[in-house]
Every structure is written in structure tokens, then in C-alpha cells.
Design a protein around this ligand. Structure first.
Ligand SMILES: [Zn+2]
Length: 109
């Protein structure tokens, strides 16, 4: 076995946490902990205990807002389509009324 030494120069922000089940202490990347706190999800402690994180209220509200915006956009487009169709039908009715009026006037002569 060779005796080699490797050096790693990196800046990592870790947070020390403990498992609520077995109390083992370990470190977690800060960014991962923040993501789990906002988006929810789960991971395992070094001893295999499943740790669950609920989605934050902000993340839930953002998801709900996104869905509401999509629904609103769907109905706005549908409303525009119906308004365009209504305008088209009004123009057809107006044109038919014009034809009927011409025919009535022609018959009077
Ligand atoms: Zn544990």
C-alpha cells in the first residue's frame, strides 16, 4: 500500500446537526439543509434513521400561486377566444340582416 497524502482546499459551509432518534452528531452542507427546510423531503442520518422535512409555508404558497396563475391564464385565453368568436358571429348576423333588408326593400319596389 502506497503512502500518499492528498490535500483538498475547498470552502464548504457545514451545519452540525444531530439525529433526533439516535442523537448521532454529523455535519450537513448548509445549502442542502436550507433546501430541505424550504422544499421538504427526507434524508437518512449516518445510522440510517429516516428524517423528514415538511415543505415550508412559503414554498407551499408559491406552488399554490403558480397553479392559480396557470388556471387564470387558461381562463383568460378561453375568454379571449370566446370574445373573438362572439365578435365574428355578431359580424355574420349584421351581414345577414343587411341581406334581409336589401331583399325586403327589393320586394317593396
Ligand atoms: Zn439516527
Amino acid at each position: 500500500m502506497s503512502n500518499q497524502t492528498f490535500y483538498l482546499d475547498a470552502e464548504v459551509s457545514l451545519r452540525v446537526v444531530n439525529c433526533p432518534t439516535c442523537f448521532v452528531i454529523y455535519a450537513v452542507p448548509e445549502a442542502l439543509l436550507q433546501r430541505k427546510n424550504s422544499e421538504g423531503g427526507s434524508w437518512y442520518c449516518p445510522n440510517g434513521h429516516n428524517l423528514s422535512y415538511k415543505k415550508s409555508q412559503l414554498a407551499e404558497l408559491e406552488e399554490k400561486l403558480k397553479k392559480e396563475k396557470e388556471t387564470s391564464e387558461f381562463w383568460r385565453k378561453r375568454n379571449n377566444n370566446l370574445e373573438n368568436k362572439n365578435l365574428e358571429l355578431q359580424q355574420q348576423i349584421s351581414a345577414k340582416k343587411g341581406v334581409i333588408t336589401k331583399m325586403k326593400n327589393r320586394d317593396k319596389v
